[in-house]
Design a protein around this ligand. Structure first.
Ligand code: NAD
Length: 477
């Protein structure tokens, strides 16, 4: 049984959790501790005690710890990738890629620990020195979703530790395996003082709730659904805690008549269906200009038919299964609802049988949709994309922005005028030109606008906004 790590010790949970392989539901990947609220409180107390000491440790020592953690993750990429593929269902190459990203994130923030800087301002008073410095927040509560079981924890834990904070970390119930493996590396390779890092696996309603409500947790960083994020945000605001929320998306990808057809097909298929479409940045709304529409749809269907949907570990697998039974139901319901509203299921959306029993769904393409249909308003979070036909660029931009979300957006065009204009007018936090809406660099700011995100950006140099607090001091020498 894999235990929690609380207050410097590996401890059992109140109950047990089992993760099931979505590519082979006969396989239990592992047995994991499941904590209750009382254990979460103990972890928070331990982090609160440890935080001031870790804040005083030199940036070099913190950076070295992160560097060792990053090196071990990278060295074990194949094994950790295999575990990730088995518990989440991403293909093995995608899973290994995610592990590599996690390792590189730790390496990046190892350097950032030393680069944290302040500034000295000219004073309006004679002889007074005005200094601005950044200090750790204290205890950071980290709550993560199931779709990136190692990369998202890494891009939250690494900056938190780099800048001198203590951490209480709660992964998603569905994917404790990658989180546990990451925690074990952090504990051993990082050699952190007791209480600085705590892994508390367990349900959001208990463990996550304690993090959100505890006065000892100064800041909460959350990635997950919009509904959960909003409620955590309200709780944090009521008690004056800092909060960062990364939530859902309904990301548009515009294909203009002047696009390179083959490139546009690859951008759309990669952005909509890779990682089984289970990415917050997936391009689920394909907004296609009339002149290229029919050729584009035909070419996408041909490409989708060439994709191998199979066990995530199978050779040549392009798309693994959906992550869980409930997610599969949500995907199928979305397809049915789109059809009921007049959408045409042009390809896929069928349950598939493979050698091993799993949650296999063929990639679904729904054409003849309008932007008011449910399929284009609500996040599906699966291998389902819809096509909206438009007359011209103006209509395309207006529809792209007509959504409550604003995470990522994209355009396929050879027009400098339209690509530049779209970068200015898109209401998303990330804009892609001739590249997929999903797939970003780990050293660049990540985040959205409107109902997709709340608070400061994650990743890269921008991460310090959330994980540090600014202090201004005045000195008359
Ligand atoms: P979810 O909201 O169900 O769960 C996310 C996390 O919150 C889990 O760890 C869960 O246990 C916890 N949680 C649930 N209820 C809680 C509560 N009351 N208090 C505290 N914590 C609670 O989301 P999910 O299904 O795991 O993930 C899918 C969602 O994540 C999608 O909407 C997707 O768009 C979003 N996502 C967003 C980004 C981004 O960066 N914007 C990235 C990945 C995923």
């Amino acid at each position: 049984m894999h235990k929690n790590f609380i207050a410097g010790e590996w401890v059992e949970g109140a109950e047990l959790n089992f993760n099931i392989n979505p590519s082979d539901t006969n396989e239990v990947v592992g047995e994991y501790a499941r904590s209750d609220a009382a254990q979460a409180e103990i972890a928070v107390d331990a982090a609160f005690e440890a935080a001031p000491g870790w804040a005083r440790v030199t940036a070099e020592v913190r950076g070295d710890a992160l560097d060792r953690i990053g090196s071990e993750i990278l060295a074990r990429r194949e094994e950790l990738g295999m575990l990730l593929a088995r518990e989440e269902g991403k293909t093995l190459p995608e899973s290994i890629g995610e592990v590599v990203r996690a390792g590189r994130v730790f390496k990046f923030f190892a350097g950032e620990a030393l680069r944290l800087s302040g500034e000295r301002l000219a004073s309006i008073r004679p002889g007074v020195e005005t200094d601005v410095r950044r200090e750790p927040e204290g205890v950071i509560g980290i709550i993560t979703p199931w779709n990136f079981p190692i990369a998202i924890p890494a891009w939250k834990i690494a900056p938190a530790l780099a800048f001198g904070n203590a951490v209480v970390f709660k992964p998603a119930d569905l994917v404790p395996g990658s989180a546990w493996a990451l925690a074990e590396i952090i504990v051993r390779a990082g050699a952190l003082p007791s209480g600085v890092f705590n892994l508390v696996m367990g349900p959001g309603s208990q463990v996550g709730d304690v993090f959100a409500k505890s006065k000892k947790v100064r800041a909460i960083t959350f990635t997950g659904s919009t509904g959960t994020g909003r409620s955590i945000g309200m709780t944090c605001m009521q008690r004056g805690a800092k909060v960062q929320l990364e939530m859902g998306g309904k990301n548009p990808l515009i294909i203009l008549d002047d696009a390179d057809l083959q490139q546009a097909v690859e951008v759309a298929v990669t952005g909509s269906f890779f990682s089984t479409g289970q990415r917050c940045t997936a391009s689920s709304r394909l907004i296609v200009q009339d002149g290229i529409h029919d050729r584009f749809v035909e070419a996408v269907i041909k490409r989708l038919a060439s994709l191998k949907v199979d066990n995530a570990l199978a050779d040549g697998c392009d798309m693994g299964p959906v992550a869980s039974q409930s997610q599969l139901k949500q995907d199928c319901d979305s397809v049915s609802s789109a059809q009921a509203e007049g959408g045409h299921l042009a390809y896929g959306g069928e349950l598939l049988e493979r050698e091993t029993p799993g949650f296999y769904l063929s990639p679904a393409l729904i054409t003849e949709t309008t932007n008011t249909m449910r399929i284009n308003r609500e996040e599906v979070f699966g291998p389902v994309a819809s096509v909206i036909r438009v007359r011209d660029y103006e209509e395309a931009v207006n529809l792209a922005n007509d959504t409550e979300f604003g995470l990522s957006s994209g355009i396929c065009t050879t027009s400098l005028k339209h690509s530049s204009d779209f970068k200015q007018r898109s209401t998303a936090g990330m804009v892609m030109v001739n590249v997929a809406t999903a797939g970003v660099d780990y050293h660049a700011p990540f985040g959205g606008r409107k109902n997709s995100s709340y608070g400061s950006r994650e990743q890269g140099g921008y991460a310090k906004e959330f994980y540090t607090s600014v202090k201004t001091s005045y000195t008359l020498a």
